[in-house]
Design a protein around this ligand. Structure first.
Ligand SMILES: [Zn+2]
Length: 149
């Protein structure tokens, strides 16, 4: 299950934030941004985080997930666009492409082309992978600190 390795990566970053916060007692909230094109199973990711955080300061943290719509940018002409529903379906509906992108988001640009100038040098602004957006940590003074990442 790929979601488990993602969960472990997230928890490692959460733990880093926890360790670098003076007086940290526990993690109260973890906010994630999940790219629509990542085809991450959000419920499987939540489950993996729940299981993998047992016995860590993040054990009872609330997990908030926001979905990130895809955005691409052409490196040649600078055009930035949001893929149409048809293009999104082409990318997520093809099992070969979607499996590759699910495992390694960096391969996505291989399947993209600028709709304005036709260049194949396209950068993914957002829409793949899972990003740790912020972590809320309860400290000794009973206050919560948001750590932006
Ligand atoms: Zn272009």
């Amino acid at each position: 299950m790929h979601e488990m390795s993602i969960a472990l990566g997230i928890l490692a970053a959460v733990e880093d934030a926890f360790r670098s916060t003076p007086g940290a007692k526990r993690v109260t909230r973890i906010r994630l941004r999940v790219g629509v094109l990542s085809l991450i199973d959000v419920e499987a990711l939540r489950f993996a985080l729940r299981v993998a955080s047992r016995g860590t300061p993040a054990e009872d943290a609330e997990i908030e997930v926001e979905m990130a719509e895809p955005r691409f940018r052409c490196r040649v002409c600078g055009y930035e666009w949001k893929p149409s529903r048809e293009e999104t379906e082409r990318l997520t509906g093809n099992p070969e492409i979607s499996t590759l992108v699910h495992i390694d988001p960096d391969v996505l640009p291989r399947f993209l082309q600028c709709p304005r100038c036709g260049a194949r040098d396209v950068e993914v602004v957002q829409g793949t992978g899972v990003m740790l957006h912020s972590v809320d940590i309860e400290t000794g003074e009973d206050e919560e600190r948001g750590v932006q990442l």
